[in-house]
Design a protein around this ligand. Structure first.
Ligand code: TZP
Ligand code: MG
Length: 207
């Protein structure tokens, strides 16, 4: 798998039209976008993913939230699975070896399990309190994140309540990427927020 970009972004339907959001994110320099539409139908999600794929820059990844079927039909770069979605082994069987599979985990035990599964990256969160996810799991916190990053060899994507102000702590805890929903999508100027993030993340060396 290519290295994951440090900035992991979302085109989330609860913040606007995912197609327009993805266009803005890519134009601003984001190179991975997860399409998330929790309330839409599978057909609606498929149409949105297909449209986003039609203009995505070369080398950019489009990851579909929850739906391995939609990812396969659209020919997306991969799927992001939660603990209650189809198991990664089955998703891998359907998608083949090349596409990306990410998995959400919410504690050190789940993260250690995910390490053994055929997934390309392990998302961990919520690191901090978040208002974006309905019924979020208990906050993982920086100490648990650090413990997870010590034992996991796969890339760890930290998510949940991450802002420019706490991003360095998350990177220092060992996360290789940060995933942001509200910080970016609630910004008055999404493009300039993405650019600030890319600068901030590029400026971080070591940890
Ligand atoms: N999974 C764990 S926290 C979260 C998800 C999808 C929401 C993150 O959103 P925000 O706005 O970046 O806190
Ligand atoms: Mg899910």
């Amino acid at each position: 798998m290519k290295p994951l970009p440090r900035l992991y972004t979302f085109a989330d339907a609860s913040f606007g039209d995912p197609v327009r959001l993805a266009e803005t994110l890519f134009d601003a320099g984001a190179r991975i976008v997860q399409v998330r539409n929790k309330k839409g139908t599978a057909r609606e999600l498929l149409q949105q993913v297909e449209r986003i794929l039609s203009f995505a820059p070369h080398g950019a990844e489009i990851i579909v939230n929850d739906r391995v079927d939609v990812a396969l039909i659209a020919g997306a770069g991969g799927v992001h699975l939660g603990q209650d979605d189809v198991p990664p082994v089955e998703a891998r069987r359907i998608l083949g070896p090349e596409r990306m599979i990410g998995m959400s985990t919410h504690n050190p035990g789940q993260a250690a399990e995910a390490e053994k599964l055929p997934v390309d990256y392990v998302a961990v969160g919520p690191i901090f309190p978040t208002a974006t996810k309905e019924n979020p799991h208990p906050v993982v916190g920086l100490e648990n994140l650090r413990a997870i990053c010590r034992v996991i060899r796969k890339p760890v994507v930290a998510i949940g309540g991450i802002r420019l102000e706490n991003a360095v702590d998350v990177l220092q805890a060992g996360a290789s990427s940060v995933a942001l929903i509200s910080d970016v999508l609630s910004a008055r100027d999404i493009a300039s927020r993405v650019q600030s993030w890319i600068e901030r993340l590029n400026a971080f060396h070591g940890g």
